[in-house]
Structures are given as structure tokens and as C-alpha cells.
Write a protein that binds this ligand. Structure first.
Ligand code: NAD
Length: 421
């Protein structure tokens, strides 16, 4: 199954579990049918002038899945593996992510098939501007709000805002279109939000704290954690877990991992890595890290790392998915059969999009919040979303992933029904 077919299959499974809650099952089924494909796909070729004077034609997409609950929201990725089916699926998952956390957005996603590592900074800027021209007619603060994703950065968002302002001026569209509120994940100096850098890891930590309580793990210092990935998300999650007194016993990066039985200090580990170029400590492989006998396993690097080949060997009591799509559907079933609790990506890593929502809200009002204020608003949203998922999981006796999707799909369908199908 390609990712789009996978997202449709998931939706059908969720719909089967929700249908009996709706008296008007015809309208319910119509809403589900509509949700199986994006409302709109913008698809075409963009032209980028290379430094040597030649022109490169690149395939570009923007998928707008559903906007019943608010403007489409989702990142733009520059990657040579981008496909239309992947972008469609990712936009669908953004609809569920925004719904489960309860922020007033629908789901969107964009992408360009390109290897950005082969582009010079000048070419990358031209690509970013060309992509904005391609989608300019379809975005805006109340329409569709893009953000960074794989290989796109705050700097790229800054170029995109500049290009969007140029488009508005050229087309005599009012600046009330608010270019700043049309993109999130911007640099702090250009309308970004305090707290965005650590938002995904910290949001995951708030969920983690609720999870350990549900699992009855009373003593923080005895709760062991293994984290795959020590980039932005993995580091900030590790930082907050360590600061709060939990025991981070293993972390890894693309070169491999380290295991420290007594628990490691993420700040020192990062400083050592920056100084020496790799993680310092008792070496383990990424495969070994995933199979460690720890309380909580946190995949925070890549997709599809827990598969049918290793799921049976996972020993953790629970998995907190901070990476997008780290668990394959076949592995999901094996983990559920083993009684391993799973908090899925659309909930666990939603801290990023939640602070993007705060960024948008700040841009719209032209009034900016302190980092403390941002964090104080993030925590209750993450905790409440986890609690709702847990209640659904207990009530319906389903997996954490299914409970999360049920909560999200129900919210979206209910809004669609309120509007009238
Ligand atoms: P990052 O690039 O900062 O870090 C990625 C980490 O993964 C690095 O430590 C890298 O060394 C490691 N890695 C790369 N290849 C690996 C391999 N083969 N085996 C093990 N580790 C490997 O990225 P990030 O922003 O921390 O994102 C991590 C994950 O979280 C991704 O799946 C991303 O989609 C997801 N995510 C990120 C955010 C965000 O706000 N940054 C939001 C939602 C989801």
C-alpha cells in the first residue's frame, strides 16, 4: 500500500468503530467518503534557474485535505522521495493531528521532488520563491498556512514570506492578507514564536508525564527511557525528561547509539557530540537501542523503524512516537498483541503544530508572548489531548493509535455535519 492507500485504510477502520455513534449513518458515510481524498490538490511543475544559467523543472505539490475546522495547515518538504501519494497522506494526517489537539485548523501538506543538498544557497532561495508563486493563489492566513518540514527551515520561511509579499503587491492584493500569518516556523526576527524550537520535544514530554502516571510508574528516578534520534526533537525531549528527574539511559544518532545504565545528562552528551563529532559512551547500534529493556521507548528520528521484523523483540512497556510514522502497520498489531501501550505520532509530536498555531495567533494580533506564556498554553492542550485519547482507549478497548484517530475523526466529522454535508 502506498501512504495514501494506508491513510484511507486507517480511516475505514476508524469509521467502522465510530459508525454506531451516529443516528444518521448516511451523512456519516458521506463525510467519511469525502475525507478519503483531499479537497484539493495543486500539482504542477516549477522552474528554477540554476547558477550555471540552465533551468531545472521540478514537480511540486500542495495537498489541501480538509478545512471544516479551520484553514489548511501543514509543512512543505523538499526531498527527492516526495510523491503525490505521500503528500496526500501527510495532509490527511495533519487533519487528524490538528483535530486531536483541538486547534482550529484543517490539514495540508506541500512538497517538491528535489534533493536540496545538491542546490547552492542561491538556488535554494530561488526554489523557495518559485514554490510560493506556484501556491500563492491558494494560501493565506484564513485559507492555508504552510510551515517548515523535512529540509525546509525558518530561513526558507523568511524567503517565502518575502516572495508572498511580492506576489500580493504585484497582484494588487491588500497586505491585510497578512503575510506573516500565512507561514509559521519563521525566524524570531520575522514574526516567529518564542518556544517553537523546543515545542515538539517539550510537548512530547508533557504527554510522557501523563503516560508514566497512567502506567503506575511512581518513582521518576526509576523510569528508564531510550531515545532514537538526538536531533531537535530527541534532544529537547531528553533535556526535559532529565531535568525532571527521569533516567535517560540511551540515545542515538545516524551513526549509532550509546547506553549509560545510570542515566545520561543530555546537555553534556550534546556538548561532547559537538566537540568530538559523535556520541560518547558505551556504543550500541540503533537496532539494539530499539530492543532495550526500558520503560519507555521514544523513536524520534525516522519513519518505519519498528517493523514486523523487530516488533516482537521490543521490551519497552510503552512507545511514545515523536518521529512521524516510526511504526509500520504490521508492527502495530504485534505491539498491541504484546500489550505495549503506544502513543501515536499525531498526538505525541503535536507540540510543534500547536506552537505554530500560537505563532499564527500572535501574528494576527500583532502582540507577542514570552516563552513562559507559550509553554503555559502548550501544556494543558497536550495533557488534555492525551487524557481524551486515554479515556477513549479505555472505554472502547482499542489501541492508543486507534483511540487517537477515533477522537480526531469524530471531531472532524461532527464539524462537517454541523456545517451540513
Ligand atoms: P533532526 O534532523 O533535528 O534530527 C534527526 C535525528 O535523527 C538526528 O539525531 C539524526 O542523527 C538522527 N538520524 C538520522 N538518520 C538516522 C538513522 N538512520 N538512525 C538513527 N537516527 C538517525 O530532526 P527533528 O526535527 O528532530 O525530527 C525528528 C523526527 O520528528 C522526524 O520524524 C520529524 O518528522 C518528526 N517531527 C519533528 C517536528 C519538529 O518540530 N522538528 C515536529 C513533528 C514531527
Amino acid at each position: 500500500m502506498n501512504p495514501h492507500q494506508q491513510s484511507v485504510r486507517q480511516l475505514e477502520q476508524v469509521a467502522d468503530l465510530l459508525r454506531d455513534q451516529y443516528q444518521d449513518s448516511t451523512s456519516f458515510d458521506k463525510a467519511i467518503e469525502q475525507l478519503k481524498s483531499p479537497n484539493k490538490i495543486i500539482e504542477g511543475e516549477i522552474e528554477v534557474e540554476m547558477d550555471d544559467g540552465s533551468t531545472k523543472k521540478l514537480k511540486a505539490f500542495r495537498s489541501q485535505h480538509n478545512n471544516a475546522r479551520g484553514p489548511y495547515k501543514g509543512g512543505i518538504r523538499f526531498h527527492h522521495h516526495v510523491s503525490k501519494e505521500e503528500i496526500m497522506a501527510l495532509s490527511t494526517w495533519m487533519t487528524w493531528k490538528c483535530a486531536v489537539i483541538g486547534i482550529p485548523y484543517g490539514g495540508g501538506k506541500g512538497g517538491v521532488i528535489v534533493d536540496p543538498k545538491k542546490l547552492s544557497p542561491k538556488e535554494l532561495q530561488k526554489l523557495s520563491r518559485a514554490y510560493v508563486e506556484f501556491i500563492a493563489n491558494y494560501i493565506g492566513p484564513w485559507v492555508d498556512v504552510p510551515a517548515p518540514d523535512v529540509n525546509t527551515t525558518p530561513q526558507i520561511m523568511a524567503w517565502m514570506i518575502d516572495a508572498y509579499e511580492g506576489y500580493l503587491a504585484e497582484n494588487k492584493k491588500p497586505l491585510q492578507e497578512n503575510p506573516l500569518a500565512t507561514f509559521t516556523g519563521k525566524p524570531l526576527g520575522l514574526g516567529g514564536s518564542a518556544g517553537r524550537t523546543e515545542a515538539t520535544g517539550l510537548g512530547g514530554f508533557f504527554v510522557f508525564e501523563k503516560l508514566v502516571k497512567k502506567l503506575g510508574l511512581e518513582n521518576k528516578q526509576d523510569v528508564t527511557i531510550a531515545i532514537q534520534g538526538f536531533g531537535n526533537v530527541g534532544y529537547w525531549f531528553a533535556y526535559h525528561a532529565h531535568q525532571s528527574g527521569y533516567k535517560v539511559v540511551a540515545v542515538s544518532d545516524s551513526k549509532g547509539g550509546i547506553y549509560v545504565e545510570a542515566g545520561l545528562d543530555p546537555v553534556k552528551t550534546l556538548a561532547d557530540k559537538e566537540e568530538k563529532g559523535s556520541l560518547q559512551g558505551k556504543a550500541i547500534t540503533n537496532e539494539e537501542l530499539l530492543e532495550l529493556d526500558v520503560d519507555i521507548l521514544v523513536p524520534a528520528a525516522l519513519e518505519n523503524v519498528i517493523t514486523k521484523d523487530n516488533a516482537a523483540n521490543i521490551k519497552a512497556k510503552a512507545i511514545l512516537e515523536l518521529a512521524n510514522g516510526p511504526t509500520s502497520p504490521a508492527a502495530d498489531q504485534i505491539l498491541a498483541d504484546k500489550g505495549i501501550v503506544l502513543v501515536p505520532d499525531v498526538l505525541a509530536n503535536a507540540g510543534g503544530v500547536t506552537v505554530s498555531y500560537f505563532e499564527w495567533a500572535q501574528n494576527l494580533q500583532g502582540y507577542y508572548w514570552s516563552k513562559e506564556e507559550v509553554i503555559s498554553k502548550l501544556q494543558p492542550l497536550m495533557e488534555d489531548a492525551f487524557e481524551k485519547m486515554w479515556q477513549m482507549k479505555e472505554r472502547k478497548q482499542v489501541s492508543g493509535r486507534m483511540a487517537t484517530y477515533m477522537t480526531a475523526v469524530k471531531r472532524v466529522v461532527d464539524t462537517m455535519l454541523l456545517r451540513g454535508i
